[in-house]
Design a binder for this molecule. Sequence first.
Ligand code: VGL
Ligand code: ZN
Length: 212
Amino acid sequence: MMKRSNNTALLVVDVQVDFCPGGNLPVPEGEEVVPVINRLMRHFRRIAATQDWHPRDHVSFASNHPGSSPFETIHTKEGEQILWPDHCVQGTAGSEFHPDLDTLPFDLILRKGTDPKLDSYSAFFENDHETSTGLHFYLEGLKIDTVYVVGLALDVCVFYTVMDALKLGYRSVVVEDACRGIDTPPGSLSARLDDMRKAGARILQAAAVEES
Ligand code: VGL
Ligand code: ZN
């Protein structure tokens, strides 16, 4: 088995208890990505994982906006904000990586969404599209020019991560069967896949990545 070259990194996005069935913001079949990612990781020399990592008073929680419900959109100073159930609260069981995810190969664990006033979907920038998470500097420092992106949710954090990666000039590959999406409203998942394809991402299945 060959590892991919040094200029390629695997980005493992938000494979956390709260995003899996039984969690507070479950992605359907979210846990099914775990064995696929565990296998894929053997093919990469560089692996960075993100954790959604919110304080209790986070702006994205419907519970912090009296009279609002999860999945509503509100307007804040920072722009539109989708409200979610409380999820991935720092230090809670739901914020942990899925227990079967092999975290030993992670070179970097990057926590995002820590600013109470600002959400952070992309692994590269917070939702003001301006505040860096530091990931770009890390990858740049390692001369990485190609990223493979996997994890949860395909139509939220994986999507924004891939779009930012492309804007930053990374060759970007989505490993589709190592991701699952929320797909609300229905159809948004395939629309986001089309958006990523049109923006220049390649969409591959894990078997193809492991064979090549
Ligand atoms: C995510 C909604 C809210 C994700 C994070 O990881 O896709 N989705 N926070
Ligand atoms: Zn979140």
